[in-house]
Design a protein around this ligand. Structure first.
Ligand code: ACO
Length: 332
């Protein structure tokens, strides 16, 4: 049986930085409030003509180059995004195959909000283990600024743009393999975090763009509580099922939504500060891109070494959630 190995990582962030100070000139908020309640100091904002696929392509190029594989070696591209280039089609993953000149890949998007990268990883793992695919490129890319209401202080302070990508490959070596992935969803919480307009479930005509205003809306406080509860339960389960102690985790890479959520989960799991990866201060919440961007951060700072065990954990709109036990296994 083939196993799936996490081979390489890459990320891209847009140039433009939007600081808390700048936001406090746009809505009734302050650097002090945002820092205290979220831990976020700044976020990146894509250029007007910069699409989600453009950011995904830049991240993918780096992940491919670091893996040593060629674009033609990739037989599946999955993009986890809630801010796709186009409303219905083509999928952002397909657009990315075109921009990278790929000729041998199947491509599709996954819509699981902030859990998009873990969902994509679980599909890559299953397809590789089934023998269907050998080299899968998974991408988390978001232009959340395009679906953020910059007059709503409850949401606009949280989100940012960016992309991350990883190459997942077949291996016969079990020591290199992704150990386990758990995912879940509960649509009864759908109204906590949604973009209510613009689709066929909208009260407005889906094609009436003016009425549509496809912006994210969130019940932040309730979302916060469910997030802490679900993330903690999820991680405890995946560790128990696999008989792994938290002390064996080198890098806990949570979805970067809010520093207080990450701290609460870290404390509930008795994790040490040096185990917890944090990028929320400089990038805010980039939804499906947040976990690969955070992995890239530790990779580029020299903290992620071959063989080290990562524990990924995410939670997002849907509601969706997921966790994964992933050794970093670059090609030797
Ligand atoms: N600046 C100043 N005051 C604000 C702001 C702001 N930006 N936003 C809200 N407030 C006010 C509120 O109006 C409220 O005032 P009131 O007491 O007079 O009514 C007060 O601050 C407290 O509001 P809460 O909503 O209770 O604040 P909370 O401490 O919960 O923080 C936050 C809000 C940051 C949104 C937090 O709830 C949160 O991070 N929630 C979870 C977000 C998340 O994880 N989302 C899931 C993933 S995202 C995805 O899937 C795409």
């Amino acid at each position: 049986m083939a196993y799936a190995a996490f081979r390489s990582i890459g990320a891209y962030v847009p140039e433009k930085i939007l600081t808390n100070e700048e936001l406090s000139k746009m809505v009734d908020t302050s650097d002090e409030w945002i820092t205290k309640r979220t831990g976020i100091k700044e976020r990146r904002i894509a250029a007007k003509d910069e699409k989600t696929s453009d950011m995904g392509v830049e991240a993918a190029k780096i992940a491919l180059q670091r893996s040593g594989l060629d674009a033609q070696d990739i037989d599946l591209v999955i993009c986890g995004t809630i801010s796709p280039d186009y409303f219905c089609m083509p999928s952002t993953a397909t657009v990315i195959t075109g921009k990278l000149g790929m000729k041998n890949a199947t491509a599709f998007d996954i819509s699981a909000a902030c859990t998009g990268f873990i969902y994509s990883l679980s599909v890559a793992k299953a397809f590789i283990e089934s023998g269907m695919n050998k080299n899968v490129l998974i991408i988390g890319a978001e232009k959340l600024s395009a679906i953020t209401d910059f007059t709503d202080r409850g949401t606009c302070i949280l989100f940012g743009d960016g992309a991350g990508a990883a190459v997942i490959s077949a291996t016969n070596n079990k020591d290199e393999a992704i150990i386990d992935i758990h995912t879940g969803a509960d649509g009864s919480y759908a109204d906590l975090l949604m973009t209510p307009n613009g689709g066929t479930g909208s009260a407005h005509d889906a094609l009436d763009k003016e009425a549509a205003g496809c912006y994210m809306q969130m019940k932040g406080n309730e979302t916060f509580k469910v997030a802490v509860r679900t993330l903690t339960k999820d991680v405890k389960e995946i560790l128990a099922v696999n008989n792994i102690e938290t002390s064996s985790i080198k890098h806990f890479v949570p979805h970067q939504a809010n520093l207080r959520i990450i701290k609460a989960v870290g404390e509930a799991l008795n994790l040490k500060d040096e185990q917890v990866v944090l990028t929320v201060e400089k990038y805010g919440n980039t939804s499906g891109a947040s976990i690969p961007m955070a992995i890239n951060d530790i990779y580029e700072s020299g903290k992620l070494q071959a063989g080290e065990l990562m524990l990924l954990d995410a939670f997002g709109g849907g509601l969706t959630w997921g966790s994964a036990l992933v050794p970093f296994s670059p090609f030797k």
